[in-house]
Design a protein around this ligand. Sequence first.
Ligand code: NG1
Ligand code: ZN
Length: 526
Amino acid sequence: GMHLESVLRSSARHARPAGLTLEYGTAGFRTKAEHLEHVMYRMGLLAVLRSKKTKAVIGVMVTASHNPEEDNGVKLVDPMGEMLVQEWESYATNLANAEEHELQMVLTNIIKQESISMQDESCVAIGRDTRPSSDHLSLAVVDGISALESKYQDYGLVTTPQLHYIVCCRNTDGRYGEPTVEGYYQKLSKAFIELVKQSPDCETEKKCLSIDGANGIGALKIKEIEPHLQSMLSLQLFNDGSNGRLNHMCGADYVKVQQKLPEGIDVRPGERCCSFDGDADRIVYYYKDSEDRFHLLDGDKIATLISTFIKELLVKVDLKLNMAVVQTAYANGSSTRYLEDVMKVPVFCAKTGVKHLHHKAQEFDIGVYFEANGHGTVLFSKAAEEQIAQLINAGATEEARKAVQMLANVISLINQTVGDAISDMLLIEAILAIKSFTVQKWNEIYTDLPNRQLKVKVADRKVIDTTDAERRTVKPPGLQEKIDELVKDYNMSRAFVRPSGTEDVVRVYAEADTQVSSFKQHKDKR
Ligand code: NG1
Ligand code: ZN
């Protein structure tokens, strides 16, 4: 048809580099920015098809999250603010890898297979991070959308979770909130202020938090939300992008993997700090003690704090809602043990990648999910939200009324579409204030097992195949036996390897109750 001719004409302006094949992985497409123009254009096309198919606004986010500044990437956001549905990932891959002369055929196939009516309306919401390449690449997305004569709205510089929020708002008639960045600030800050007002020392103590903005979009957005917080939280922002490079020696991924302070941040002993990643969908907390030792509070510690808080509220209001925590194989064994044995909260292990955790968490009235790296949120079922809403002002005691109100505010404060550094940070700050917890006290809830995560470059990472939520390998033969052999000499030990879904590496993880190697004794024994 006529549309597809204009698609091909514009496509020539965003030519695909010969021989480049990419895959829509757990985080969309991700590679060096200079290789992505054709992908952006084609994802603009795909977003329009997805929008026509779902009869809803679809999001396109241009970002490479925690990866280096010279990288970039793109992911699609589905109608309820969720990640693109699995079945469409292969369409994305096929489209990105099609030769110029195959493009029309690939598009026609998708349209046919999904019975898309090209006359239907469509609208795409675009967002981008602060990478130097993002502006230009998001224009290639616009070109793709325009080639199919679709409506779109460019929200410009936003965090990934802000775009997810906006898409969800647009498709729920504003029931989730006002579909603007300003609406997002108002929704979150109102809930935060109401929560903090419940804290015992709210009038006296100013809560000061140091934030490492990873020199990215999160820093920009923290500056925007701060005036809305009415001085209920005093923030000190570092790595705000004014001189450092994005994610370079800073940010949540650096701090988590290196297990040390980021550069560019001024830390006094005992002071609470947090780091965002490059698109502000992850957060980790940390502090250094008086002996200069570094203490990390990662996604597992966050999941524990939040689920404990919610469980305590549920007891107060006498609501029988089932709550579970969803983790990945990277969760520290101590966190799993604490949640199951002490908190009596059921814990489930999902495959790496937010969509797997998200889907598992949807099975419960309240599903708390966090990856150890600090990506996570809380999902409330519709039934849970309704039950909580019905109880407002109906509590038997003052304490119960307060607890219901707090639950309602937790629902407003948490970004249920996706992990969100700003929203998670405000919830954590509110909980710490309400419980009068210092960061040390939070950290002492349980003690992490010492652990290491490494990446190893191999010729072909796909030769490794895993099972049991990636905790065991089934291929190549013999590998799992070798791992078992090494692990059995240590207490509380666990180790696994898996191919990364976002980088051409194999990741190796190990934890045990000690960092001291028994390798020597091991050899002596033989
Ligand atoms: P891969 O590269 O598949 O390990 C990484 C993170 C995930 C997730 C994705 C998407 C680790 C060990 N893995 O996946 O948790 O965040 O990137 O960004 O942190
Ligand atoms: Zn991210």
